[in-house]
Ligand binder design. Structure first.
Ligand code: SF4
Length: 686
């Protein structure tokens, strides 16, 4: 009889980190189910999670270290790989200085704090300031902007009375929020959808606002205008907790609903109605898409305007609003270092706020700095040649590197370009701390990620990789943990939970504190100790201290973009699929069978105008490149727009269309949601 055990851990195939039960028989994971007691997924799993074992045991997983010799990969030992990599790094450091090394971790480094933390630690130990991640294209913009405004990061709660889904489609990417909305709608919660596309939740929504991509900031400003002009704001909250409201009042005067209608396509009466509904609801929250607002020309100011909407309606620290949830005292695996990360001169607020420095550089500036500044890259759990904007620019630049090392589960497009490819452990093969429940869902909960099975073939965890590499570089003092368990115990240090407690007594995870909805003195960690409606930090960095609107550089209304005849349609890239996380999982048959082709979506009218029929092979082009997809002619997309999904590789890679130099001016994020394109039917010989 086979020895069977059941281990409680988390999925980690996307940022939700749902709780799962893994059955292991004779050392092999044989079954995965949702964990009913887990506060995020309550036993449910999405198709990716249901099929996680196909990802873990897929025959295409990288089995051993490889080195590229004469354009082909050859198997080598870990010892040889690390000896050669460390020698090359030492030589380059001696010749060009430590800043020549860049490091990158993908979105998996957000879910796996150990990946991001150890990568940061390694670059600091080596002496380089240049760590890059998805943090400078996605999500951190909202965190940074809320820090600028509140001195803290208030998060939208899952249970709300009014959900404003602002460029967010929970059916495609947010299982926990979808479950919460469906439950709360039965209790009377209202839903508003603001999107250029009708999403599944539009069907039962209380209001649907069809908006032009990239114009969200104008709508938010007009809502503030209505709330102030009609005196629907929460005076008591504003007086007690904010600074700068009196400057906002005259500033907002020109941003009328009629002004916004011309920009956004949303009728002025609908803007008024939504503003009134929002102001009248305690426990209302704006739920941004993961990056739909970040990746536009007005991104930072969009987020500022959303914050101000929450503030002036008193929807801060009330149930169902944005709430400052307590953080645990986690040991910091990352290590602060000297030197300025790439981008600090152009986008200082992304990197430094009130003397506090974040560890990330601006990734959109990487291509233009290879090879002058950056000579080598170590990519850990990421596929920047597909997931970062402007794949052609990244690929061209990466080909100029003296050393490219990729540590991953699969041979990604980025790995194919590497000098060395190293096999990585999956989340079932190593320990970690699952904590993003608080950052993303306002739930002060954490869980121990358990090692359920031994590493696949010769795969190593990041702890082992960096510990061994550091030894060869004489940097072992920076990696003092003798095992992964020790590393995770260090992270848990002051949380009040020990490794053993979370392993044996609470394997399902535990609440480390309860949320409080009060606002004691000192809650807001801004210099003024108030919520800064008027932001001195923005003003000192040379930006408008009150929210404003900036038209996308490449838009039908932009004076700067003169090539409209060639690119007459608005382009949004990055549509999410329920079956994939970014560039991952397309090799999993059960998932690929559900979503087999990259589809360019456009409306019936637009398709007719351009002579395109359902299922046609089409090319979509911008001034940066061309992709080939199939046409999906739908009723749900507004006229004049083409949406393409991201994460596909080769000729369907949406980031062949985006532009690393088309950046939001404050935090340097790329505009990937509001570009201009052309589309046409093409013949593809197969
Ligand atoms: S939503 Fe799906 S992929 Fe994401 S953690 Fe949950 S089960 Fe895994």
């Amino acid at each position: 009889m086979k020895a069977r055990k059941e281990i409680l851990t988390d999925c980690t195939l996307c940022y939700h980190s749902c709780g799962i039960k893994v059955a292991v028989e004779d050392g092999k994971a044989v079954e995965v189910k949702g964990l009913a007691s887990h506060p995020i997924n309550k036993g449910e799993l999405c198709p990716k999670g249901e099929n996680i074992l196909d990802t873990i045991y897929h025959p295409q997983r990288i089995k051993y270290p490889m080195k590229k010799v004469n354009g082909k990969f050859e198997r080598i030992s870990w010892e040889t790989a690390l000896d050669e990599i460390s020698r090359k790094l030492s030589d380059l450091k001696e010749e060009f200085g430590p800043q020549m090394m860049g490091m990158f971790s993908g979105s998996i480094g957000v879910e796996n704090m150990e990946i991001a933390g150890l990568t940061q630690r390694f670059k600091t130990a080596f002496g380089s300031p240049n760590f890059f991640s998805v943090e400078s294209v996605c999500y951190r913009m909202r965190i940074r902007t809320r820090q600028i405004t509140f001195g803290k990061y208030p998060t939208e709660e899952l249970d709300s009375n009014l959900y404003i889904l602002w460029g967010h489609n929970p059916d495609a990417s947010d299982l926990p929020l979808k479950m919460a909305i469906e439950k709360n709608m039965q209790k009377g919660a209202k839903v508003v959808v603001i999107d250029p596309k009708k999403i599944p939740m539009s069907k039962n929504a209380d209001m649907v606002l069809t908006i032009r991509p990239g114009s969200d900031g104008a709508l938010a400003l007009a809502m503030i205008h209505v709330i102030i002009k009609e005196k629907r704001y929460d005076r008591a909250f504003i007086d007690k907790h904010t600074k700068g409201f009196e400057k906002l009042v005259p500033h907002i005067e020109p941003f009328t609903p009629e002004w916004a209608q011309k920009i956004t396509w949303v009728p002025a009466d609908k803007i008024r109605k939504l503003a009134r509904m929002f102001a009248a609801t305690k426990g209302a929250a704006i739920y941004q898409g993961t990056c739909t607002q970040d990746q536009t020309a007005n991104g930072t100011q969009n987020s500022r305007a959303f914050s101000i909407l929450q503030v002036i309606t008193g929807n801060i620290n009330v149930p169902g609003g944005w709430v400052i949830s307590p953080r645990p005292y986690l040991g910091n695996v990352g290590l602060a270092g000297d030197g300025d990360p790439l981008g600090i001169d152009k986008y200082p607020l992304f990197i430094e706020l009130w003397g506090r420095k974040s560890p990330y550089g601006v990734v959109t500036m990487v291509p233009e700095n290879i090879p002058d500044l950056l000579k080598s890259f170590i990519v850990v759990g990421g596929n920047p040649l597909v997931s970062m904007p402007d794949s052609n620019a990244f690929k061209e630049a990466f080909r100029k590197l003296d050393l490219l090392v990729v540590h991953d589960l699969y041979m990604t497009d980025t790995a194919k370009e590497a000098h060395y490819v190293l096999p990585a452990c999956s989340n079932l093969e190593k320990y970690g701390v699952a904590y993003n429940y608080n950052v993303c869902h306002c739930i002060p909960y954490l869980m121990l990620r358990k090692k359920c099975i031994e590493p696949y073939e010769e795969s190593w965890s990041e702890w082992k990789l960096f510990t061994e590499l550091a030894k060869r570089l004489g940097l072992e003092e920076y990696f003092p943990w003798a095992s992964e368990e020790e590393l995770v115990a260090f992270e848990l240090g002051q949380t009040g939970f020990s490794f053993d407690y979370l392993l044996n007594e609470k394997p399902e995870g535990d609440y480390y504190q309860q949320k409080s909805y009060t606002i004691p003195d000192g809650t807001f960690k801004t210099p003024s100790k108030k919520i800064e409606i008027y932001s001195d930090a923005m003003q000192q960095a040379g930006f408008d201290p009150l929210p404003t609107y900036l038209e996308p550089l490449k838009s039908p209304q932009s004076k700067k973009y003169r090539d409209l005849k060639k690119y007459p349609l608005i382009l949004g890239t990055g549509n999410r699929s329920y079956y994939y996380t970014h560039s991952q999982h397309r090799n999993i048959d059960a998932l690929n069978g559900q979503d087999p082709h990259p589809m360019a979506e456009l409306s019936r009218n637009t398709a007719k105008d351009f002579g395109i029929k359902q299922g046609d092979d089409v090319s979509v082009s911008t001034d940066r490149g061309t992709v080939f997809m199939k046409a999906s002619v739908v009723d749900c997309v507004a006229d004049g727009i083409v949406f393409v999904p991201h994460g596909w590789s080769g000729q369907a890679n949406a980031n062949l269309l985006t532009d690393a130099k088309c950046r939001e001016p404050i935090l340097g994020y790329p505009d990937m949601k509001s570009l201009m394109c052309a589309i046409k039917s093409v013949e593809i010989s197969r």
